[in-house]
Design a protein around this ligand. Structure first.
Ligand code: ATP
Length: 245
């Protein structure tokens, strides 16, 4: 992937692959290009050069909604939840519409709507349970704790049915139990076969969840390896912290 913004080379010939059923952490200093990679994979941004393939199919020129349908969903740094809706409604709104896209859907909609809505809410309830928010289903998002809102973001990507999850700083701003809950959830999702590309700044979290780390700096993919190997590299530590990782 290569992408230039005016005079700034945001991504410079970055090539990598994500193995199925693994957690890959994308780390690097501010401005390294991490969000640009997310935007390129999810169809929010057109690359100058390069292509993205998912299960062998090229995604070039495909828009964000179709990419979700192809099986890739993302979260955002600034959460993007519907604050005036309940947790359940936030998740239900991400469940793919079962009839709306079928040509005959409109014809049968009156018959199917009630059943479809009930099924969507059941699915959403199951997902809330999966992320540990079942008891908050009817709570308005604005009344949830920050940790609960972060879990809800993950619930929303799960609701799409995506196989590859792109998670932008899922643990930022969390500590203690809330942080632990997200880490446990991500590892469980991995064990269930969900592949994850995770932007993560917390090195302790990286050590605990990553199968592999991609280290990005000024648009260059500087290194790729196990968390142990990446963190033992003094050159990368110098770039990241100006010292030990
Ligand atoms: N739409 C844009 N127009 C101009 N410059 C951009 C645009 N998007 C990103 N950039 C620049 O590209 C570089 C990479 O940005 P990007 O957001 O991908 O970094 P990042 O690694 O996600 O950083 P952070 O950790 O701060 O979120 C930065 O210098 C940023 O200012």
């Amino acid at each position: 992937m290569s992408k230039r913004f005016g005079g700034l080379q945001a991504l410079n010939d970055c090539t990598f692959s994500i193995d199925s059923g693994k957690i890959i952490c994308l780390v690097g200093p501010n401005g390294a290009g991490k969000t640009t990679i997310f935007n390129a994979i999810t169809g929010f941004l057109k690359l100058d050069q390069g292509s993205v393939f998912f299960r062998g199919n090229g995604l070039t020129g495909i828009g964000p909604q179709k990419i979700v349908r192809a099986g890739i969903a993302r979260t955002f740094q600034n959460l993007r939840l519907f604050g005036d809706l309940t947790a359940l409604e936030n998740v239900a709104s991400a469940v793919p519409n079962q009839f709306g896209e079928e040509p005959l859907g409109a014809l049968f909609r009156p018959i199917h709507t009630a059943r479809s809505q009930r099924k969507t809410r059941e699915t959403a309830r199951g997902i809330l349970e999966e992320v540990g928010l079942a008891d908050q289903a009817e709570a308005f998002v604005r009344n949830l704790s920050y940790g609960e809102q972060k879990l809800l973001c993950i619930a929303r990507v799960l609701a799409t049915g995506a196989e590859l999850l792109l998670l932008d700083e899922p643990t930022s701003g969390l500590s203690g139990d809330a942080l632990e809950k997200v880490m446990v959830l991500l590892r469980r999702l991995r064990d269930e076969g969900r592949s994850q590309l995770v932007v993560e700044h917390n090195t302790r979290v990286v050590q605990q969840i990553a199968d592999e780390v991609l280290f990005l700096h000024q648009g260059h993919l500087m290194a790729q390896g196990t968390p142990e190997a990446i963190m033992a590299d003094p050159k990368l530590a110098e770039i990241y912290f100006g010292g030990a990782l």
